[in-house]
Design a protein around this ligand. Structure first.
Ligand code: CMC
Length: 428
Protein backbone atom coordinates (compact mmCIF):
# COMPACT_ATOMS: atom_id res chain seq x y z
CA UNK A 1 0.00 0.00 0.00
CA UNK A 2 1.33 3.46 -0.90
CA UNK A 3 2.43 5.84 1.84
CA UNK A 4 -0.23 7.94 3.58
CA UNK A 5 -0.26 10.77 6.10
CA UNK A 6 -2.41 10.51 9.18
CA UNK A 7 -4.02 13.47 10.84
CA UNK A 8 -5.98 13.26 14.09
CA UNK A 9 -8.72 15.85 14.49
CA UNK A 10 -11.03 15.92 17.50
CA UNK A 11 -9.85 12.43 18.37
CA UNK A 12 -10.67 11.00 14.93
CA UNK A 13 -8.00 9.76 12.53
CA UNK A 14 -8.04 10.72 8.85
CA UNK A 15 -5.76 9.31 6.19
CA UNK A 16 -4.39 11.61 3.51
CA UNK A 17 -2.69 10.40 0.30
CA UNK A 18 0.95 11.28 -0.43
CA UNK A 19 1.91 12.55 -3.87
CA UNK A 20 5.52 12.07 -5.04
CA UNK A 21 7.05 14.02 -7.95
CA UNK A 22 9.61 12.87 -10.53
CA UNK A 23 12.48 14.25 -8.44
CA UNK A 24 11.07 12.72 -5.24
CA UNK A 25 9.38 15.88 -3.98
CA UNK A 26 6.65 14.89 -1.56
CA UNK A 27 3.26 16.41 -0.80
CA UNK A 28 0.33 15.59 1.42
CA UNK A 29 -2.76 15.67 -0.78
CA UNK A 30 -5.41 17.68 1.09
CA UNK A 31 -7.87 17.94 -1.81
CA UNK A 32 -10.64 16.27 0.25
CA UNK A 33 -9.62 17.63 3.67
CA UNK A 34 -12.44 20.13 4.10
CA UNK A 35 -15.18 17.94 2.72
CA UNK A 36 -14.08 15.06 4.99
CA UNK A 37 -13.12 16.94 8.17
CA UNK A 38 -14.50 20.50 7.99
CA UNK A 39 -10.95 21.83 8.47
CA UNK A 40 -8.86 23.90 6.07
CA UNK A 41 -5.10 24.54 6.21
CA UNK A 42 -3.64 27.96 6.90
CA UNK A 43 -0.42 28.91 5.10
CA UNK A 44 0.15 32.63 4.63
CA UNK A 45 2.37 33.36 1.64
CA UNK A 46 1.79 29.73 0.52
CA UNK A 47 5.17 28.78 1.95
CA UNK A 48 4.17 25.11 2.23
CA UNK A 49 1.39 24.85 -0.30
CA UNK A 50 1.66 23.19 -3.69
CA UNK A 51 -0.92 24.91 -5.87
CA UNK A 52 -0.61 22.47 -8.75
CA UNK A 53 1.35 19.58 -10.25
CA UNK A 54 3.45 20.82 -13.14
CA UNK A 55 5.79 19.26 -15.71
CA UNK A 56 7.54 22.50 -16.72
CA UNK A 57 10.24 23.56 -14.26
CA UNK A 58 12.04 21.78 -11.44
CA UNK A 59 13.66 23.72 -8.66
CA UNK A 60 15.50 22.44 -5.59
CA UNK A 61 16.14 25.44 -3.36
CA UNK A 62 18.35 23.54 -0.90
CA UNK A 63 20.68 22.20 -3.61
CA UNK A 64 20.47 25.25 -5.91
CA UNK A 65 19.11 23.24 -8.86
CA UNK A 66 16.95 24.70 -11.62
CA UNK A 67 15.90 22.90 -14.82
CA UNK A 68 13.37 23.52 -17.59
CA UNK A 69 11.63 20.35 -18.82
CA UNK A 70 14.49 18.37 -17.26
CA UNK A 71 17.33 20.34 -18.92
CA UNK A 72 19.70 22.06 -16.43
CA UNK A 73 19.65 25.84 -16.65
CA UNK A 74 23.46 25.92 -16.92
CA UNK A 75 23.38 23.87 -20.16
CA UNK A 76 20.55 25.91 -21.65
CA UNK A 77 22.28 29.20 -20.84
CA UNK A 78 25.52 27.95 -22.39
CA UNK A 79 24.24 26.13 -25.49
CA UNK A 80 20.70 27.14 -26.37
CA UNK A 81 19.06 30.44 -27.25
CA UNK A 82 16.02 32.23 -25.88
CA UNK A 83 13.60 31.30 -28.67
CA UNK A 84 14.56 27.63 -28.51
CA UNK A 85 14.07 27.74 -24.72
CA UNK A 86 10.68 29.40 -25.24
CA UNK A 87 9.70 26.55 -27.57
CA UNK A 88 10.94 23.99 -25.05
CA UNK A 89 8.95 25.53 -22.20
CA UNK A 90 5.74 25.97 -24.18
CA UNK A 91 5.78 22.75 -26.24
CA UNK A 92 7.53 20.48 -23.74
CA UNK A 93 10.36 19.19 -25.99
CA UNK A 94 13.38 20.68 -27.74
CA UNK A 95 12.46 21.50 -31.35
CA UNK A 96 13.93 19.83 -34.44
CA UNK A 97 15.74 22.20 -36.82
CA UNK A 98 12.60 22.46 -38.95
CA UNK A 99 10.32 23.10 -35.96
CA UNK A 100 12.66 25.81 -34.71
CA UNK A 101 12.85 27.48 -38.14
CA UNK A 102 9.06 27.47 -38.38
CA UNK A 103 8.75 28.89 -34.88
CA UNK A 104 11.19 31.72 -35.68
CA UNK A 105 9.33 32.46 -38.89
CA UNK A 106 5.95 32.55 -37.14
CA UNK A 107 7.29 34.91 -34.48
CA UNK A 108 8.90 37.13 -37.12
CA UNK A 109 5.58 37.45 -38.97
CA UNK A 110 3.78 38.95 -35.97
CA UNK A 111 6.23 41.51 -34.59
CA UNK A 112 4.23 44.55 -35.71
CA UNK A 113 1.50 45.89 -33.45
CA UNK A 114 -1.72 47.43 -34.70
CA UNK A 115 -1.33 51.12 -35.53
CA UNK A 116 -4.26 51.96 -33.27
CA UNK A 117 -2.31 50.52 -30.34
CA UNK A 118 0.53 52.92 -31.14
CA UNK A 119 -1.89 55.76 -30.35
CA UNK A 120 -2.32 54.42 -26.79
CA UNK A 121 1.26 55.33 -25.99
CA UNK A 122 0.51 59.01 -26.54
CA UNK A 123 -2.17 58.85 -23.85
CA UNK A 124 0.29 57.84 -21.12
CA UNK A 125 2.33 60.55 -19.40
CA UNK A 126 5.99 60.39 -20.42
CA UNK A 127 6.92 59.90 -16.76
CA UNK A 128 4.78 56.72 -16.56
CA UNK A 129 6.69 53.68 -15.32
CA UNK A 130 7.06 51.37 -18.35
CA UNK A 131 5.76 48.37 -16.37
CA UNK A 132 2.37 50.11 -16.09
CA UNK A 133 2.41 50.87 -19.82
CA UNK A 134 3.50 47.36 -20.83
CA UNK A 135 0.89 45.64 -18.70
CA UNK A 136 -1.89 47.94 -20.02
CA UNK A 137 -0.92 47.45 -23.66
CA UNK A 138 -0.59 43.68 -23.21
CA UNK A 139 -4.09 43.50 -21.75
CA UNK A 140 -5.36 45.71 -24.61
CA UNK A 141 -4.20 43.10 -27.17
CA UNK A 142 -7.27 41.07 -26.15
CA UNK A 143 -9.50 43.85 -27.52
CA UNK A 144 -7.82 43.62 -30.93
CA UNK A 145 -7.98 39.81 -31.07
CA UNK A 146 -11.45 38.99 -29.67
CA UNK A 147 -11.09 35.32 -30.68
CA UNK A 148 -8.48 35.09 -27.89
CA UNK A 149 -11.31 35.44 -25.34
CA UNK A 150 -12.00 31.72 -25.65
CA UNK A 151 -9.03 29.85 -24.15
CA UNK A 152 -10.41 26.46 -25.26
CA UNK A 153 -10.58 26.98 -29.00
CA UNK A 154 -8.10 24.30 -30.08
CA UNK A 155 -4.34 23.95 -29.88
CA UNK A 156 -3.52 25.51 -33.24
CA UNK A 157 -5.54 28.67 -32.63
CA UNK A 158 -4.20 29.03 -29.11
CA UNK A 159 -0.70 28.66 -30.51
CA UNK A 160 -1.38 31.57 -32.86
CA UNK A 161 -2.32 33.75 -29.86
CA UNK A 162 0.83 32.60 -28.07
CA UNK A 163 3.01 33.35 -31.10
CA UNK A 164 1.46 36.80 -31.48
CA UNK A 165 2.16 37.65 -27.89
CA UNK A 166 5.77 36.42 -27.98
CA UNK A 167 6.34 38.33 -31.21
CA UNK A 168 4.75 41.62 -30.15
CA UNK A 169 6.06 41.77 -26.60
CA UNK A 170 9.52 43.21 -27.41
CA UNK A 171 7.83 45.81 -29.62
CA UNK A 172 5.42 46.74 -26.81
CA UNK A 173 8.33 46.97 -24.35
CA UNK A 174 10.67 49.00 -26.56
CA UNK A 175 7.90 51.43 -27.51
CA UNK A 176 7.20 52.07 -23.82
CA UNK A 177 10.82 53.24 -23.53
CA UNK A 178 10.71 55.35 -26.69
CA UNK A 179 7.56 57.06 -25.45
CA UNK A 180 9.13 57.77 -22.05
CA UNK A 181 11.95 59.75 -23.69
CA UNK A 182 9.67 61.46 -26.20
CA UNK A 183 11.27 59.80 -29.24
CA UNK A 184 9.47 58.35 -32.25
CA UNK A 185 8.95 54.60 -32.06
CA UNK A 186 11.13 52.29 -34.15
CA UNK A 187 9.30 49.58 -36.09
CA UNK A 188 10.48 45.97 -35.90
CA UNK A 189 12.79 44.72 -38.65
CA UNK A 190 12.10 41.17 -39.64
CA UNK A 191 15.62 40.45 -40.82
CA UNK A 192 16.78 40.76 -37.21
CA UNK A 193 16.70 38.08 -34.52
CA UNK A 194 14.49 38.38 -31.44
CA UNK A 195 17.05 40.04 -29.17
CA UNK A 196 18.64 42.14 -31.96
CA UNK A 197 15.20 43.43 -32.92
CA UNK A 198 14.45 44.45 -29.34
CA UNK A 199 17.77 46.28 -29.00
CA UNK A 200 17.28 48.00 -32.35
CA UNK A 201 13.78 49.18 -31.37
CA UNK A 202 15.19 50.47 -28.07
CA UNK A 203 18.23 52.31 -29.37
CA UNK A 204 17.90 53.04 -33.08
CA UNK A 205 17.06 56.67 -33.95
CA UNK A 206 15.90 58.36 -37.14
CA UNK A 207 19.18 60.29 -36.96
CA UNK A 208 21.43 57.31 -36.24
CA UNK A 209 21.44 53.60 -37.03
CA UNK A 210 22.09 51.54 -33.91
CA UNK A 211 25.08 49.26 -34.24
CA UNK A 212 24.13 45.91 -32.76
CA UNK A 213 26.95 44.51 -30.65
CA UNK A 214 27.08 40.67 -30.57
CA UNK A 215 28.51 40.79 -27.03
CA UNK A 216 25.41 42.64 -25.85
CA UNK A 217 23.10 40.33 -27.83
CA UNK A 218 24.67 37.19 -26.35
CA UNK A 219 24.56 38.52 -22.81
CA UNK A 220 20.94 39.64 -23.10
CA UNK A 221 19.92 36.34 -24.67
CA UNK A 222 21.52 34.50 -21.74
CA UNK A 223 19.78 36.75 -19.22
CA UNK A 224 16.42 36.10 -20.87
CA UNK A 225 17.00 32.32 -20.71
CA UNK A 226 17.84 32.57 -17.01
CA UNK A 227 14.60 34.44 -16.35
CA UNK A 228 12.38 32.30 -18.61
CA UNK A 229 10.59 30.30 -15.90
CA UNK A 230 10.75 29.76 -12.18
CA UNK A 231 7.82 27.47 -11.35
CA UNK A 232 5.10 28.82 -9.04
CA UNK A 233 6.56 32.24 -8.11
CA UNK A 234 4.35 35.25 -7.34
CA UNK A 235 3.77 36.46 -10.94
CA UNK A 236 3.39 32.96 -12.40
CA UNK A 237 0.90 32.03 -9.70
CA UNK A 238 -0.93 35.26 -10.57
CA UNK A 239 -1.03 34.27 -14.25
CA UNK A 240 -2.38 30.83 -13.32
CA UNK A 241 -4.89 32.25 -10.85
CA UNK A 242 -6.21 34.81 -13.36
CA UNK A 243 -6.25 32.16 -16.10
CA UNK A 244 -8.09 29.69 -13.88
CA UNK A 245 -11.23 31.83 -14.28
CA UNK A 246 -10.73 31.17 -18.03
CA UNK A 247 -9.54 34.73 -18.57
CA UNK A 248 -7.76 35.03 -21.93
CA UNK A 249 -4.00 34.74 -22.33
CA UNK A 250 -3.33 38.46 -22.86
CA UNK A 251 -5.17 39.55 -19.70
CA UNK A 252 -3.71 36.72 -17.64
CA UNK A 253 -0.19 37.73 -18.68
CA UNK A 254 -1.00 41.40 -17.97
CA UNK A 255 -1.91 40.33 -14.41
CA UNK A 256 1.45 38.55 -14.15
CA UNK A 257 3.32 41.65 -15.33
CA UNK A 258 1.64 43.66 -12.58
CA UNK A 259 2.62 41.11 -9.94
CA UNK A 260 6.20 41.04 -11.21
CA UNK A 261 6.51 44.81 -10.84
CA UNK A 262 6.73 44.79 -7.02
CA UNK A 263 10.16 45.37 -5.42
CA UNK A 264 10.06 42.04 -3.58
CA UNK A 265 9.78 40.22 -6.92
CA UNK A 266 10.96 41.40 -10.38
CA UNK A 267 11.08 45.05 -9.31
CA UNK A 268 14.12 44.16 -7.18
CA UNK A 269 16.51 44.52 -10.13
CA UNK A 270 15.79 48.25 -10.37
CA UNK A 271 15.93 48.57 -6.56
CA UNK A 272 19.35 46.88 -6.46
CA UNK A 273 20.99 49.38 -8.78
CA UNK A 274 19.31 52.29 -6.96
CA UNK A 275 20.60 50.88 -3.67
CA UNK A 276 24.14 50.47 -5.04
CA UNK A 277 24.06 54.03 -6.39
CA UNK A 278 22.92 55.30 -2.99
CA UNK A 279 25.78 53.46 -1.29
CA UNK A 280 28.25 54.94 -3.79
CA UNK A 281 26.90 58.46 -3.29
CA UNK A 282 27.16 57.86 0.46
CA UNK A 283 30.89 57.22 0.18
CA UNK A 284 30.90 53.54 -0.84
CA UNK A 285 31.29 51.97 2.61
CA UNK A 286 29.02 48.93 2.87
CA UNK A 287 29.10 48.39 6.64
CA UNK A 288 26.51 51.06 7.41
CA UNK A 289 24.09 49.47 4.91
CA UNK A 290 24.65 45.96 6.20
CA UNK A 291 23.83 47.28 9.68
CA UNK A 292 20.68 48.98 8.36
CA UNK A 293 19.56 45.73 6.69
CA UNK A 294 19.98 43.88 9.98
CA UNK A 295 18.18 46.50 12.06
CA UNK A 296 14.59 45.34 12.64
CA UNK A 297 13.49 48.94 13.26
CA UNK A 298 14.78 50.01 9.86
CA UNK A 299 12.63 49.07 6.84
CA UNK A 300 15.75 48.86 4.62
CA UNK A 301 16.48 45.43 3.15
CA UNK A 302 19.47 44.39 1.15
CA UNK A 303 17.84 44.30 -2.27
CA UNK A 304 18.90 41.38 -4.44
CA UNK A 305 19.45 39.25 -1.34
CA UNK A 306 17.33 36.38 -0.08
CA UNK A 307 14.84 34.17 -1.81
CA UNK A 308 11.70 32.33 -0.82
CA UNK A 309 12.97 28.99 -2.13
CA UNK A 310 16.76 29.19 -2.58
CA UNK A 311 18.39 28.51 0.76
CA UNK A 312 21.87 27.66 -0.49
CA UNK A 313 22.55 29.69 -3.61
CA UNK A 314 20.57 30.93 -6.59
CA UNK A 315 22.02 29.08 -9.61
CA UNK A 316 20.95 31.95 -11.87
CA UNK A 317 22.92 34.45 -9.79
CA UNK A 318 26.06 32.32 -10.15
CA UNK A 319 25.84 32.42 -13.96
CA UNK A 320 24.90 36.11 -14.01
CA UNK A 321 27.81 37.13 -11.79
CA UNK A 322 30.23 35.59 -14.27
CA UNK A 323 28.36 37.06 -17.25
CA UNK A 324 28.55 40.46 -15.55
CA UNK A 325 32.35 40.29 -15.34
CA UNK A 326 32.57 39.10 -18.98
CA UNK A 327 30.28 41.80 -20.36
CA UNK A 328 31.97 44.63 -18.50
CA UNK A 329 35.42 43.39 -19.57
CA UNK A 330 34.46 42.89 -23.18
CA UNK A 331 32.71 46.23 -23.44
CA UNK A 332 35.62 47.85 -21.61
CA UNK A 333 33.32 49.38 -18.99
CA UNK A 334 34.41 50.12 -15.45
CA UNK A 335 31.32 50.46 -13.29
CA UNK A 336 32.25 51.51 -9.74
CA UNK A 337 29.08 49.92 -8.36
CA UNK A 338 30.36 46.47 -9.42
CA UNK A 339 33.08 46.78 -6.78
CA UNK A 340 30.49 47.87 -4.21
CA UNK A 341 28.27 44.92 -5.16
CA UNK A 342 31.15 42.48 -4.75
CA UNK A 343 32.12 43.97 -1.39
CA UNK A 344 28.50 43.89 -0.21
CA UNK A 345 28.22 40.24 -1.21
CA UNK A 346 31.48 39.33 0.52
CA UNK A 347 30.56 41.07 3.77
CA UNK A 348 27.00 39.72 3.81
CA UNK A 349 28.07 36.14 3.07
CA UNK A 350 30.31 36.22 6.13
CA UNK A 351 27.87 37.96 8.44
CA UNK A 352 26.05 35.82 10.99
CA UNK A 353 22.68 37.51 10.30
CA UNK A 354 22.72 36.59 6.62
CA UNK A 355 24.33 33.16 7.14
CA UNK A 356 21.76 32.16 9.78
CA UNK A 357 18.85 33.16 7.58
CA UNK A 358 20.42 31.63 4.46
CA UNK A 359 20.31 34.91 2.57
CA UNK A 360 22.33 34.81 -0.66
CA UNK A 361 22.50 37.05 -3.74
CA UNK A 362 19.58 36.28 -6.04
CA UNK A 363 19.09 36.65 -9.79
CA UNK A 364 18.49 40.39 -9.48
CA UNK A 365 21.72 41.23 -7.67
CA UNK A 366 24.03 41.44 -10.70
CA UNK A 367 21.58 41.68 -13.62
CA UNK A 368 21.08 45.44 -13.21
CA UNK A 369 24.83 46.03 -13.60
CA UNK A 370 24.77 44.17 -16.93
CA UNK A 371 21.66 46.02 -18.09
CA UNK A 372 23.28 49.32 -17.24
CA UNK A 373 26.43 48.37 -19.17
CA UNK A 374 24.17 47.71 -22.17
CA UNK A 375 22.76 51.23 -21.88
CA UNK A 376 19.36 50.09 -20.64
CA UNK A 377 17.72 52.64 -18.32
CA UNK A 378 16.79 51.63 -14.78
CA UNK A 379 13.03 51.85 -15.33
CA UNK A 380 13.30 49.20 -18.03
CA UNK A 381 15.08 46.55 -15.93
CA UNK A 382 11.88 44.93 -14.69
CA UNK A 383 10.41 45.11 -18.20
CA UNK A 384 13.37 42.99 -19.33
CA UNK A 385 12.59 40.52 -16.57
CA UNK A 386 9.06 40.37 -18.04
CA UNK A 387 10.40 39.82 -21.59
CA UNK A 388 12.40 36.89 -20.21
CA UNK A 389 9.61 35.45 -18.06
CA UNK A 390 7.01 35.61 -20.83
CA UNK A 391 7.55 32.05 -22.21
CA UNK A 392 7.29 30.64 -18.69
CA UNK A 393 4.05 32.49 -17.97
CA UNK A 394 2.67 31.28 -21.31
CA UNK A 395 3.73 27.66 -20.69
CA UNK A 396 2.16 27.71 -17.22
CA UNK A 397 -1.08 29.30 -18.51
CA UNK A 398 -1.24 26.69 -21.29
CA UNK A 399 -0.58 23.77 -18.92
CA UNK A 400 -3.30 24.96 -16.57
CA UNK A 401 -5.75 25.44 -19.44
CA UNK A 402 -5.01 22.08 -21.10
CA UNK A 403 -5.28 20.29 -17.74
CA UNK A 404 -8.62 22.07 -17.15
CA UNK A 405 -7.61 23.05 -13.64
CA UNK A 406 -10.44 24.30 -11.41
CA UNK A 407 -10.85 28.00 -10.66
CA UNK A 408 -8.35 29.10 -7.99
CA UNK A 409 -10.18 30.19 -4.90
CA UNK A 410 -8.38 30.01 -1.54
CA UNK A 411 -10.28 29.98 1.73
CA UNK A 412 -9.67 32.00 4.88
CA UNK A 413 -10.21 31.97 8.60
CA UNK A 414 -12.51 34.85 9.45
CA UNK A 415 -11.43 36.85 12.54
CA UNK A 416 -13.76 39.89 12.22
CA UNK A 417 -16.80 40.81 14.33
CA UNK A 418 -19.38 38.20 15.25
CA UNK A 419 -22.75 38.56 13.56
CA UNK A 420 -24.50 41.74 14.82
CA UNK A 421 -27.54 43.83 13.95
CA UNK A 422 -27.37 46.95 11.81
CA UNK A 423 -27.81 50.23 13.77
CA UNK A 424 -29.50 53.22 12.13
CA UNK A 425 -27.13 56.17 11.66
CA UNK A 426 -29.11 58.40 14.06
CA UNK A 427 -28.60 55.85 16.86
CA UNK A 428 -24.81 55.42 16.50
N1 CMC B 1 17.74 41.93 3.76
C1 CMC B 1 17.70 41.80 5.10
N2 CMC B 1 16.98 40.85 5.74
C2 CMC B 1 16.31 39.98 4.99
C3 CMC B 1 16.30 40.04 3.58
C4 CMC B 1 17.07 41.06 2.96
N3 CMC B 1 17.11 41.17 1.64
N4 CMC B 1 15.52 39.05 3.08
C5 CMC B 1 15.04 38.40 4.14
N5 CMC B 1 15.51 38.94 5.30
C6 CMC B 1 15.25 38.46 6.66
C7 CMC B 1 13.86 38.81 7.13
O1 CMC B 1 13.83 40.06 7.78
C8 CMC B 1 13.54 37.66 8.04
O2 CMC B 1 14.23 37.87 9.25
P1 CMC B 1 13.61 37.37 10.65
O3 CMC B 1 13.53 35.88 10.55
O4 CMC B 1 14.57 37.85 11.68
O5 CMC B 1 12.25 38.02 10.75
C9 CMC B 1 14.20 36.47 7.35
O6 CMC B 1 15.30 37.02 6.62
C10 CMC B 1 13.27 35.70 6.42
O7 CMC B 1 12.74 36.63 5.46
P2 CMC B 1 11.27 36.60 4.90
O8 CMC B 1 10.89 37.96 4.42
O9 CMC B 1 10.35 35.93 5.89
O10 CMC B 1 11.47 35.60 3.68
P3 CMC B 1 10.49 35.43 2.46
O11 CMC B 1 10.76 34.10 1.90
O12 CMC B 1 9.10 35.78 2.84
O13 CMC B 1 10.99 36.59 1.44
C11 CMC B 1 12.17 37.75 -0.25
C12 CMC B 1 11.82 36.37 0.35
C13 CMC B 1 12.87 37.53 -1.58
C14 CMC B 1 10.89 38.54 -0.50
C15 CMC B 1 13.10 38.51 0.74
O14 CMC B 1 14.30 37.78 0.94
C16 CMC B 1 13.41 39.93 0.26
O15 CMC B 1 12.63 40.85 0.56
N6 CMC B 1 14.55 40.13 -0.49
C17 CMC B 1 14.85 41.44 -1.05
C18 CMC B 1 14.03 41.64 -2.33
C19 CMC B 1 14.57 40.84 -3.49
O16 CMC B 1 15.77 40.80 -3.74
N7 CMC B 1 13.64 40.21 -4.22
C20 CMC B 1 13.98 39.44 -5.43
C21 CMC B 1 13.76 37.99 -5.27
S1 CMC B 1 14.53 37.05 -6.61
C22 CMC B 1 13.66 37.50 -8.04
C23 CMC B 1 12.38 36.80 -8.08
O17 CMC B 1 12.36 35.62 -8.49
O18 CMC B 1 11.37 37.42 -7.74
Amino acid sequence: MSEQAEIILEGKSHKLPIVVGTENEKAIDINNLRSETGYITLDSGYKNTGATVSAITFLDGEEGILSYRGYPIEQLAERSDFIEVAYLLIKGELPTKQQLDEFYEAITMHTLIHEDIRKFYGAFPTFAHPMGVVSSVTSALSTFYPESLNPHRGEEKIFLTITRLLAKFPTIAAWAYKHSIGHPVVYPKNKLGYVENFLNMMFSMPTDEYEIDPVVVNALDKLLILHADHEQNCSTSTVRLAGSSQANLYSSIAAGITALWGPLHGGANQEVIEMLDRIREDGGSVDKWIAKAKDKNDPFRLMGFGHRVYKNFDPRAKIIKKACDDVLNRLGIKDPVLEIAKKLEEVALNDEYFVERKLYPNVDFYSGIIYRAMGIPKDMFTVLFAVGRLPGWIAQWKEMTVNKEPIGRPRQIYVGSKSRDYINIADR
